[in-house]
Ligand binder design. Structure first.
Ligand code: SME
Length: 164
């Protein structure tokens, strides 16, 4: 059993503590699936108001690449997403974090869970290679802000080399 000391104070403290916990949890484990699974579980347990948290992995296909569902928490989800499609495919294609306050206003949003209202997707890049994306969904409109984006980018900076 793991015990984490995660602050319930400010968002900055929360992400600081979560980053330290993720670092400790994945530092000595070389298995990418295990590390993605524990990262999804940690985020799901400590970030409030989520209905989905997990990974899509970048894999090669005949058209140059796509995203395939990875470890996650939440309802069963779409398995394959083309690069450039939906919020996840846009984050993967542009390698830019996507902060979506209203998923219904995002052109091409892919609805895996009808409860989702807002979404944050962070690309995971290691040594210039796209590894995949972290996808967080919330049933609350505008659940995520710039601090969440920066916090999740910090989490993925720690994780990237451990899921590559
Ligand atoms: N909404 C995402 C699809 C993945 S699910 O939210 C888990 C998208 O538009 O890419």
């Amino acid at each position: 059993m793991y015990q984490f000391d995660i602050s319930a104070g400010s968002k900055a403290e929360l992400y600081h503590d979560l980053t330290a916990a993720l670092d400790a949890l994945t530092a000595d484990e070389p298995d990418a699936i295990a590390n993605m699974a524990n990262a999804a579980a940690l985020i799901w347990e400590y970030l409030p108001d989520l209905n989905w948290a997990g990974f899509y992995r970048a894999v090669a296909d005949s058209d140059g690449g796509e995203l395939v569902l990875g470890p996650f928490q939440g309802k069963a989800a779409c398995i394959r997403i083309a690069l450039g499609k939906g919020v996840c495919g846009t984050a993967a294609a542009t390698r830019q974090t996507q902060l979506v306050a209203d998923v219904h206003a995002f052109p091409g949003h892919i609805a895996c869970d009808a409860a989702s209202r807002s979404e944050l997707v962070v690309p995971v890049v290691h040594d210039g290679r796209l590894i995949g994306v972290l996808d967080l969904d919330s049933p609350e409109p505008a659940r995520f802000d710039a601090e969440d984006a920066a916090g999740c980018e910090a989490l993925m900076a720690v994780l990237a080399s451990r899921i590559a």
